[in-house]
Design a protein around this ligand. Structure first.
Ligand code: NAP
Ligand code: ZN
Length: 369
């Protein structure tokens, strides 16, 4: 990479050390289920097509917790989580035309993909046929260099995997849009949710609260289903017109066949069949929550009303930019609790207890001081 920079005359080496690498301060999970702590590591100096970003804020997604605790299997340690990244461009490689120093940018859940499969060509890099390169807990395209995420001071990313943060969105509230925002926006769009549709958002956490805001801005009539009865007022404030506390089991019968579309964001195992019964004929339920454990599914709730059950993963670069622009236009940002990195282990515990309003966001300045 060093040679490449020198050969290309990139200015990016200004911040690189002798080795051609950039030293970065971060926080990592050293091993499965171990508390996160300080971790210093190296990133590549920007090549001709790379952007070096000084990270300002990074959201704390429940997926960070699933992966740091190896709940999905295959986790790689040490792990620097974080895929809801907002920062300023520090330097660009000499072939980069899209970005310049000082631009406010974001990075989401992936930093590369094969760029040639049907999914990539369709702008759906998240479904890359040879596998997207996750922002952390994965390997670069070389198959051996580990990727490290946004709980860190700087990141080097290919210019094509960087998003523009439009003016007007507060930067701390913008960070969660890079995952929670696009993960809820994409299925709402893909499955054609439109004005007047009756939409249920299940689980009012990081994803759920974005789902409420986005579906509401699309003109849907939104109801929140939650196992935390205390979230009623917040649900209404966020844009829902109704709230159903699911700790009362009779609600499933009372609200049978009520909704056109259900967005299920629950992070823990639950009975999908109970929620499917809330869909009207030809209704669709989309799973975006990714619990550790599988849940059995009976055919009957699906076939009786020709209901559909689908899943959806984040969104491609083009759609993520569309979502960011949509948020700017509609004055949407995430409701955040900003924390210093030193509070990250506590934040994980609180997130698992569904006690966050509604996304923790790390102020990366706390890694610099
Ligand atoms: P979160 O902030 O922790 O929200 C999850 C919500 O689920 C909680 O706030 C809670 O809502 C509900 N919940 C939690 N435990 C529950 C239980 N035992 N029973 C019923 N409801 C429960 O998490 P998040 O960051 O929004 O992520 C949600 C899930 O989506 C995670 O599994 C995450 O890994 C996954 N995810 C998927 C994608 C994707 O691409 N598909 C992207 C990002 C995240 P109430 O208090 O309102 O009940
Ligand atoms: Zn996420």
């Amino acid at each position: 990479m060093r040679e490449e920079n020198e050969a290309s005359g990139s200015t990016a080496t200004a911040v690189a050390e002798e080795s051609g690498k950039i030293r970065v301060s971060g926080y990592a999970a050293p091993a499965v289920k171990a508390p996160l702590g300080s971790f210093t590591f190296e990133r590549r100096a920007p090549g001709p097509h790379d952007v070096l970003i000084d990270i300002l804020f990074c959201g704390v997604c429940h997926s960070d917790i699933h992966q740091a605790r190896d709940e999905w299997g295959g986790s790689i340690f040490p792990m620097v989580p974080g895929h809801e990244i907002v920062g300023k461009v520090a330097e660009v490689g000499n072939q980069v035309r899209k970005w310049k120093a000082g631009d406010t940018v974001g990075v989401g859940c992936f930093v590369d993909s094969d760029r040639e499969c049907e999914a990539c060509k369709a702008g759906e890099e998240q479904y890359c046929e040879s596998g997207m390169t996750p922002t952390y807990n994965g390997y670069e395209r070389d198959g051996k260099t580990p990727t490290y995420g946004g709980y860190s001071t700087r990141i080097t990313v290919d210019e094509n995997y960087v998003l523009r943060i439009p003016e007007g969105i507060p930067l701390d509230g913008a960070a969660p849009l890079l995952c929670a925002g696009i993960t809820t926006y994409s299925p709402l769009r893909h499955f054609g949710v439109k004005a007047g549709d009756k939409v249920a958002v299940v689980g009012l956490g990081g994803l759920g609260h974005m789902g409420v805001k986005l579906a509401n801005a699309m003109g849907a009539k939104v109801t929140v289903l939650s196992h935390s009865p205390g979230k009623r007022q917040d649900a209404l404030r966020l844009g829902a017109e109704d709230f159903i506390a699911t700790n009362d089991p009779t609600v499933f019968e009372k609200n049978a066949e009520r909704f056109d579309f259900i967005l299920d964001t629950i992070s823990a195992r639950h009975d999908y069949g109970a929620y499917l019964g809330l869909l009207r004929r030809d209704g669709t339920m989309v799973l975006v929550g990714a619990p550790e454990e599988p849940s059995p599914l009976a055919a009957m709730p699906l076939l009786t009303k020709r209901r559909r059950l689908a899943g959806s993963a984040i969104g491609g670069i083009r759609e993520t930019q569309e979502m960011l622009d949509f948020c700017a236009k509609h004055g949407i940002a995430s409701d955040v609790e900003v924390i210093p990195i030193q509070k990250i282990n506590e934040a994980y515990e609180r997130t698992v207890r569904s006690d966050v309003k509604y996304r923790f966001v790390i102020d990366i300045e706390s890694l610099r001081s």
